[in-house]
Every structure is written in structure tokens, then in C-alpha cells.
Design a protein around this ligand. Structure first.
Ligand code: NCD
Length: 306
């Protein structure tokens, strides 16, 4: 692959396996990696709000012995003066060895790769993709299930604008025996291009349904998502749809005992806090796994040999 990560499918399944192996080694022997990026700088260019993704990239770079610079608000960058993404990136690649960029416009990180002289990582582009959240999700699935095959995966909530859903479907569609149950209101179904170019193109079994309760018993993984308020054209539609699905302990009574409950976070209302104590709740494990996978990704893109 090129030394960028814009779309999760740029990584082969072998490369995903290698990143997981590195992440597991980091978990096992953190000291071995503590100086791996000494003298290297990561720039975090966040044109959209973030807690986990940005801090996780920063923590990842610090734990590799590197340094971090950047901004967390487009208003404090020259984009507020009208600078283009291309010019910002061209300038930043004079200071940093690697860039993580989040932007509200779909495709902005891809545009950035054309002007950057250093690797660019897509940290979320509009309602499109979020490949490093998928790396966090994949390590979580691997650690919980031991394999990526023969899983029934329920994705629930805003499947239209939820970029983490789009990247996760692409990534999981490459494994044998994976089935998807796509649970959403009619207005928030998975974009057509994912149905045709990913699911139908690969002959993956899937169904689109409305009811969370009816779907729960057959699932191995339940991936809940927030309704993406910032991508709605009008507030009334958001208010009407935001609480369509709320996962509560009673709904989990009919679930498998080894269900893995995931959520990319931030959570709003869609998982009741009473679910947090259920041993099947894995969304805070995902947060930690995200840091390890970002460490593994930075090492790969910077071609650091230990
Ligand atoms: C997600 C995102 O930014 O797309 N958050 C994250 O990075 N973990 C999900 C969301 O905002 O709902």
C-alpha cells in the first residue's frame, strides 16, 4: 500500500493481521516500543470535534517516544482565514513526519495526500470513512472472538451518516461466513453504494430491518451508533430520530451469553448506562484497543524497524 491510510481497504487482510500482531506485542511488552519514534513528530489536524480519536493518536505517539503538534479546532487554524486543506497540509508536512487529519468534508484527507510529503491518516472524513476506528474495532473483535469468521454482526442506529459503520462493513466483508443485520430507521439506512459495491459485489448475506429487539437473539456482535446530529439538514428530523434505539438491560435478556456489545463512542442515549456493567459491554475496551492499533499503524507508516 501507499504510506497513507485513507480507506481501510488499502490494508490487505495480511496487513491487518500484522497490525494486530504488533498491537498484541505492544500490549505484552510496552517497554520494547517506548523509544521507537524518538525524534519523530505527529501532527493532528482536527477540523472537527473529537475526544478519543485525537487523544488516542497523541497518546499513541507519546507512548512510542515521539512528539505531537497540531490543532483541535479549525477556528484556531488558518482555515478560518480561508486557507485550503492542500496548503495547510503542504505547510504542516514541513514540520511533521506523519499527519492524522479529521475533516467534515468527505475526501479531504485524500486530497491532503496529494500535497503532503509525509504519510496522511484519515481520522474521519464527514459521513464517509473512519479507518482507524475500524482498526480499534477489529482488535476488539479479535480479542473477544478470537477470529473474524462466521460472525453475525448487527449494526444499529445511524447507518447512513455513521462513518465508522461504513469502514467496518468494508473491513468485515472480507472474512468467511460474516452476515450483517442492518438495523436502522428507514431514513438512516446504509448508503446505496455500500449495498451494491461492497455487500452485493461480494455476495455477503445481509438484511435491512427496523427492530432491534427482534434482531438481538441472533447476533454475535451488536455495534450501536449515535445519530449523527451534525450531518442532518434539519434539527426536527434529528429530534424525531435520535432516540429510535436505546439498548437497555432488559433487551439483552434474549441475547447470546457471549454477545460482544460495541460502540465507537461518544454515546448519547443509545446505550443505557445500566448496560455498562454487563460483561458483554466492550465499548470502553474499544477505546484502549484504538490506542494500541494506532501505535501499530504509526510504526508501519513510518517504516520503523525494531
Ligand atoms: C465516531 C466518529 O467520529 O465518527 N467517534 C469516534 O471517532 N470514536 C463516532 C461518532 O462520532 O458518533
Amino acid at each position: 500500500m501507499t504510506n497513507n491510510l485513507i480507506d481501510i481497504l488499502q490494508l490487505s487482510t495480511e496487513e491487518i493481521d500484522a497490525l494486530i500482531a504488533t498491537a498484541l506485542d505492544i500490549i505484552d511488552k510496552p517497554g520494547k516500543y517506548a523509544e521507537a519514534c524518538r525524534g519523530k513528530k505527529l501532527a493532528t489536524l482536527f477540523f472537527e470535534p473529537s475526544t478519543r480519536t485525537r487523544l488516542s493518536f497523541e497518546a499513541a505517539m507519546y507512548e512510542l517516544g515521539g512528539n505531537v503538534l497540531g490543532f483541535s479546532d479549525s477556528k484556531s487554524s488558518s482555515s478560518s482565514k480561508g486557507e485550503s486543506v492542500s496548503d495547510t497540509v503542504r505547510a504542516v508536512s514541513c514540520y511533521a513526519d506523519i499527519i492524522a487529519m479529521r475533516h467534515p468534508k468527505e475526501g479531504a484527507p485524500l486530497v491532503a495526500t496529494r500535497k503532503s510529503s509525509v504519510p496522511v491518516i484519515n481520522a474521519g472524513d464527514g459521513g464517509h470513512n473512519h479507518p482507524t476506528q475500524t482498526l480499534a474495532d477489529l482488535l476488539t473483535i479479535y480479542r473477544e472472538k478470537g477470529s473474524f469468521e462466521n460472525l453475525t454482526i448487527g449494526l444499529c442506529g445511524d447507518l447512513k451518516f455513521g462513518r465508522t459503520v461504513h469502514s467496518l462493513i468494508s473491513a468485515m466483508s472480507r472474512y468467511k461466513g460474516v452476515r450483517f443485520v442492518l438495523i436502522s430507521p428507514e431514513e438512516l439506512t446504509v448508503p446505496r453504494y455500500i449495498i451494491t459495491d461492497v455487500l452485493e459485489a461480494r455476495e455477503i448475506e445481509y438484511k435491512e430491518v427496523r427492530s432491534l429487539e427482534d434482531s438481538i437473539p441472533e447476533l454475535d456482535i451488536l455495534y450501536m451508533t449515535r445519530v449523527q446530529r451534525e450531518r442532518f439538514f434539519n434539527e426536527a428530523d434529528y429530534l424525531r430520530l435520535k432516540d429510535t434505539y436505546i439498548l437497555t438491560p432488559d433487551k439483552l435478556n434474549s441475547a447470546k451469553s457471549d454477545l460482544t456489545i460495541m460502540h465507537p463512542l461518544p454515546r448519547v442515549n443509545e446505550i443505557s448506562v445500566a448496560v455498562d456493567d454487563d460483561p458483554r459491554a466492550c465499548y470502553f475496551k474499544q477505546v484502549l484497543n484504538g490506542k494500541y492499533m494506532r501505535m501499530a499503524l504509526i510504526l508501519k507508516l513510518l517504516e520503523v524497524e525494531l
